[in-house]
Design a protein around this ligand. Structure first.
Ligand code: KIV
Ligand code: ZN
Length: 515
């Protein structure tokens, strides 16, 4: 691999999905993976196959679908994990196994209860086992950011000898500072005798808000793969954000001796898709993909940009995919136009039945909303999934009365396991009244941790997209709903969250298990 190429390893579907409430279905993973492939991401980490049957099937489906990017599965340095990852990746054109073990003193002593010698031995064994499935094996030293440099040199040299082709240096807890992290990478590359036999990679978490800065400092010091996620999605404060890394490197070619192959015009589409599927909104002032990222409010800036764009803009909005909302379909569009636009967006509806359900929803929406944009279509297929008819709780009807000086009231009818039940409730506002009514019927006892409304497109007829986060017994789920009526969107989101709480939670977390 030439030194002027920066490999982009996207872990939205694995580390991003570890964000509480961000879990995705197999079909949602496929949609995101296709968008990442279209953007020419080099490596897509699709999941942790041993975690659950759903995770295994998600990785398998992405491996079978994606052809132009390498598909990667995560595995602890354990036989069962590695074999499961190898199995999930069988259909891939190019498959990578990413195996890891912790290397910091605190993790080795307190979590693994292993000596450094045992950790090296296990890592070497794991890499060799993974090489039995594929020639493309990545090794990560979990918590490398708090590990001793000498020990990192030792373990990395040993795993490269054992066949690891990528060496990943994660700052798992987001503890490092840019100058220090860059120096760690420089030293590793300089001191490890066989460092030229592997690509050095970094994986930074954002606990101190430094994930992107640390990653870029690592690139300046020799890293040639960056692990990142769309919108910086990820546990706690998230991972390094793909769009910021890619645009920093592209914009500052005077500083970086390398560039990625990404088609950056796909960035905004990917960002909206991930936000829509996970229900994690993008803050308006977020770099590159926030709604205000290219908006010049002040008169001086507007004047400058009109006279000469480069006075206040260092990137062009169109280079990252910002375009005016484009009407794509309307009330009179037929099934074929609908299907082909969805296909262009990477949505494969599979069966005719699913197409019928989606098309009926589209017609409903087109009756309420004159122009349908791509974002509306994405929301329409994401919202509750297309098998909503099979969900245990369904919204049958909702009527709210909200009037100046009166207490808002909601009448709600739900179908719960096929049986229709109705109730009326009052609340502080129409949404509160609707939520009290739904809760009176479903009795989840969950705490509402977050409620947010965003407009999907612009204009007062835009659909409102509502995200709720519910917590019950330590478990967090996100619920989403979209509608031109935000009270209905809110009810759908709450019901979606309740349905998720009814599903069994049975996923293993990669970083909490013992080796
Ligand atoms: O943050 C981390 O250390 C990880 C590893 C599994 C790479 O996600
Ligand atoms: Zn991580």
């Amino acid at each position: 691999m030439s030194q002027d190429r920066l490999i982009i390893f996207d872990t939205t579907l694995r580390d991003g999905e570890q964000s509480p409430g961000a879990s995705m279905t197999r079909d949602e993973k496929i949609r995101i993976a296709k968008a990442l492939e279209k953007m020419q991401v080099d490596v897509i980490e699709a999941g942790f196959p041993i975690a659950s049957v759903g995770d295994f099937e998600g990785v398998q489906a992405v491996a079978d679908t994606v052809k132009d990017s390498t598909v990667c599965g995560l595995a602890r340095a354990l036989e069962a994990d590695i074999d499961r990852a190898g199995e999930a990746l069988k259909g891939a054109n190019a498959g990578r196994i990413h195996t890891f073990i912790a290397t910091s003193p605190v993790h080795m002593e307190r979590k693994l209860r292993m000596t450094p010698d045992q950790v090296v031995e296990q890592a070497v064994w794991a890499v060799k086992r993974a090489r039995g499935f594929t020639d493309d094996v990545e090794f990560s030293a979990e918590d490398a950011g708090r590990s001793e440099l000498d020990f990192l040199c030792r373990i990395f040299e040993a795993v490269i000898d054992a066949g690891a082709t990528t060496i990943n240096v994660p700052d798992t807890v987001g503890y490092n500072l840019p100058s220090q992290f860059g120096e760690t990478i420089r030293q590793l590359v300089a001191r490890i005798p066989n460092s030229d036999k592997a690509i050095f990679s970094v994986h930074c978490h954002n606990d101190l808000g430094l994930a992107v800065a640390n990653s870029l400092s690592a690139v300046i010091n020799g890293a040639r793969q960056v692990e990142c996620t769309i919108n910086g999605l990820g546990e706690r404060a998230g991972n390094a954000s793909l769009e910021e890394i890619v645009m920093a490197v592209r914009t500052r070619q005077d500083i970086f001796g390398c560039d990625s192959r990404l088609d950056t015009t796909q960035i905004v589409t990917c960002s909206k898709l991930v936000s829509n599927i996970t229900g994690f909104p993008v803050q308006p002032n977020k770099a590159i993909v926030g709604a205000n990222a290219f908006a010049h409010e002040s008169g001086i800036h507007q004047d400058g940009v009109l006279k000469h764009r480069e006075t206040y803009e260092i990137m062009r909005a169109e280079d990252v995919g910002w375009t005016q909302n484009r009407m794509v379909l309307g009330k009179h569009s037929g099934r074929n136009a609908f299907r082909s636009r969805l296909e262009e967006l990477g949505v494969d509806l599979g069966s005719e039945e699913e197409l019928n359900v989606a098309f009926a929803r589209f017609k409903d929406l087109a009756d309420k909303k004159h122009e349908i944009f791509d974002e509306d279509l994405q929301a329409l297929v994401t919202e509750k999934g297309l098998d909503a008819e099979n969900e245990r709780i369904r919204l049958v009807s909702l009527r709210v009365v909200s009037e100046t000086g009166e207490t808002p009231n909601a009448d709600v009818t739900l179908a719960i396991d096929g049986e229709e039940r109705s109730v009326s409730a009052e609340g502080g506002g129409p949404v509160d009244a609707a939520y009290r009514a739904i809760e009176a019927l479903v009795d989840t006892g969950a705490d509402l941790k977050l409620y947010s409304v965003n407009n999907i497109t612009s204009g007062t007829d835009s659909q409102g997209e509502v995200t709720v986060r519910l917590e019950k017994g330590g478990r967090l789920v996100n619920g989403q709903g979209a509608d031109t009526d935000i009270v209905i969107a809110s009810a759908k989101a709450y019901i979606n969250g309740c349905n998720k709480l009814l599903e069994p939670a049975q996923r293993a977390h990669p970083q909490t298990g013992d080796v």
